[in-house]
Design a protein around this ligand. Structure first.
Ligand SMILES: C[S@@+](CC[C@H](N)C(=O)[O-])C[C@H]1O[C@@H](n2cnc3c(N)ncnc32)[C@H](O)[C@@H]1O
Length: 271
């Protein structure tokens, strides 16, 4: 077994491999079990396994898979190859949900459909502890990660395994929120996302199948004046707005991501 490169040698190799400096520092710090600041004064320390890890990163493996962690909305979440890596854009969906919850009294009921690592459900529960939060995923493996994140963070969520609303027969919510698979089956970006589960990324076809299925089914699970919030692709906003209106949702509204592109839509259900 080799003793490994030193911290300074590893950061030099990362530069050669075209790895962004912050990512390299995060990976090296993770392998040493120390902070990024610690690296500055420990350039001579050897780091076993760092060369292989840097080459995997340069080869497209996500940093979050190499460290096992991803920050999201102020939480640090465990992620695995069974979960989507939560994206910063999805924090806008959480913020929208929190704005709606702030206007509701008592203990509003929320469900996160397709919870993955538990990101949306846990971020909502952390920021709005009085909300009763339920979460569903079709992947047993992802749900185990979400459950473990909830336990480690001390955030109680009612976890369910199954397809969309199926495990929630007869239950109604003030807020239904989802970031479902929505990438089109022939999207040229899909190959670059090969390290994440394909079932978390795309329903195939034009990518709209799960979004439409959720819009169709949501009214049976919304309380009067309850909201449905959906993340979607930047070019899917018109199709989602049209489907929300056809299904009878009022106040169809739109949220944009950090780059100003339409990335989430919602509507209020008036029974
Ligand atoms: C785009 S990922 C979102 C994960 C997480 N909510 C996030 O924002 O990071 C979609 C999730 O939906 C789940 N999923 C796909 N089909 C589903 C279905 N029919 N019922 C429930 N969950 C499903 C996938 O397993 C995956 O975890």
């Amino acid at each position: 077994m080799t003793a490994g490169l030193t911290v300074d040698e590893a950061l030099a190799l990362a530069r050669q491999l075209g790895i962004e400096r912050g990512d390299a520092q995060t990976l090296v710090a993770h392998l040493t079990g120390q902070s990024r600041a610690w690296l500055i004064t420990h350039g001579d320390t050897r780091v076993p396994g760092v060369e292989v890890a840097l080459r995997r990163l340069a080869d497209g493996e996500p940093l979050a898979h190499l460290t096992g962690w991803q920050p999201f909305h102020g939480l640090l979440l465990q992620v695995t190859a069974a979960t989507l890596i939560p994206r910063p854009d999805t924090e806008a969906l959480v913020d929208w949900a929190l704005e709606l919850l702030a206007a509701l009294p008592d203990e509003p009921a929320v469900v996160d459909l397709g919870t993955g690592s538990g990101a949306i459900a846990l971020a909502i529960k952390a920021a709005c502890p009085r909300a009763r939060v339920t979460a569903v995923d079709l992947s047993v493996e992802a749900l185990a990660v979400a459950r473990a994140n909830g336990e480690r963070l001390g955030l109680p969520v009612d976890w369910h395994h199954g397809s969309w609303f199926k495990p929630l027969a007869g239950r109604r919510f003030d807020l239904v929120v989802s970031n479902p698979p929505y990438i089109a089956g022939d999207d040229p970006h899909l190959p670059a996302l090969r390290h994440e589960p394909i079932t978390a990324l795309t329903p195939g076809g034009d990518g709209l199948a799960d979004l439409k299925a959720l819009i169709d089914a949501a009214p049976q699970h919304l309380l009067p004046d309850g909201w449905l919030l959906l993340e979607h692709g930047w070019d899917q906003a018109d199709a989602v707005a049209q489907h929300l209106a056809q299904r009878g949702f009022a106040e169809a509204s739109l949220r944009r991501d950090l780059a100003g592109r339409a990335r989430a839509s919602g509507g209020r259900w008036q029974d």
